[in-house]
Design a protein around this ligand. Sequence first.
Ligand code: ADP
Length: 546
Amino acid sequence: MKNKSVNFNRDLRNNIDKTQNYTLTPMEKFNILYVDDEPSNLRVFKDTYRRKFNVFTASSAKEGIKLLEKQRIDLILSDQRMPEMTGIELLKYSLERFPNINRILITGYSDIDAVENAINEAKVFQYIQKPWNEKSLSEVIDGALRIYQLEKDNIRQQMELQEAKEKAEENDMLKTEFLHNLSHEIRTPLNGIYGFAQLLGNEDISWEKRKEYVKIIQNSSVQLVNTVSTILDFSKLITQQVDVEKQEISLNGLLRELYKVFELIAKKKKIEFKFDLALGDNESFIYTDRTRLYQILSNILDNAFKYTETGLVKFGYELENDKIKVHIEDSGVGIHPDNQHLIFDRFTREEKHLSNNSSGLGLGLSISQENAKLIDALISFESEKDKGSVFYVELPFKPTKSSKGPNASELFSSLLANRTKKLKVLIVEDEEVNLYFLDILIKKITAPHDITILHAYNGKEAINTCKANVDLDMILMDIKMPILDGYEATRRIKEFMPKTPVIAQTAYSTTEDKEKAADAGCDSFIAKPIDKHKLEKIISVHLLEK
Ligand code: ADP
């Protein structure tokens, strides 16, 4: 006998059951429930389909409901005539409770009223007449499952789209907020610099006032440089342009340095500031990238002071098996439990109410997190609102052999002390301020040893100076310069002074720039703003090689 079937259009989207898992892995079988009070029908059904599907059977509607409640079911087939509760009642129940499961009614020829009800009330996918034949029933089941799968996919895609939309809106909001913060972070120090520089121009101000204005200008400049550095660091980290340079470093030395930097802030804010070193200086050597670690810890310390108005900030570390766990504790505003999962996200900031102290771009912790990944460190924290926070940085620790060896500065100093000839360095730089800064920095690094520093303002002048001073020990070469750039100047200088080390120094430090500098013949590369330790290291490496 031919089975009659009716298709039914439904709008499932209104009935998304968000608690359901909408993805079925390709290897997973569909779960089918067959409800019939006739045991022989259940047996035949099970034997026919058990290879293709996970078949569940129930001999009454109530039993079927129990199964539906505890088991994921993708399709229900139900006989109509059953004692206590009919098939339509069961299917109606399942429509209300599990709207996305497809339903098929199986009924005798005479039950045409039931079919009408099934379509209207239980919104069945199709109905099948008894006795069913396998081929037709299989086609109906396959059709129902295909539609069920499509609907599931559709719902899943809608949910994904909704999530993506919400994420995009959130990102958009964060970006707007970020730009707003950025504008604030740049304008505030700029106003300070601009305003007080103008005041300094007045001739009739006292020496005291002059000193005060200069201090404000200096502080504002530091703030501005910090903001620009934060943005540059962040963009370098997310575009993976950061080189990791692991070396043996003194953790105690680094923490002392941080203490010195933050001590000034502590004094200014009248906050108690303590640190504690668990290992002796000779044992505290770790193998890591100093710049990355410094950046992580200084960001966390910076936050500790930023978000603490009274009380204390203390830091130190413990040795735990093969790990060093640095802790930074504060008695500040703390972070609300609802926001704790957000603070490592880019551009996110908890408070907006700390008006005078709310400076920041919401990038510090995400920068720290990216840095931590590069040096296999792990950042975690505990925080209680209005009580304070403790941040932890876990680092791999292997005691190093050369713990007692001299540090880079000591090595460099002894190297210079052993030289008979005075050190002679050429700085090629077109910006007067940068030139002045480098001059001071190099003199500081090489102090107390005597040094001759020559200056050139462009590539052409650099070549001429080199021709007149072939005994130069080193050249610090800016890249972007008028008349002749640093690449070309280096190429020409290397033709007649191949052994003199040339160190490229530039504000742009992409891998491509480094390659270009190396192709031109530069021996090393240092990014601006120039870090004293890095320059010291580069100079000593090249002097050792000479
Ligand atoms: P920023 O400090 O520039 O806003 P961060 O990424 O460093 O950005 O920190 C993100 C947010 O985490 C901060 O805005 C602040 O709400 C919260 N936070 C971080 N450290 C602390 C801390 N020590 N105490 C209280 N809140 C903190």
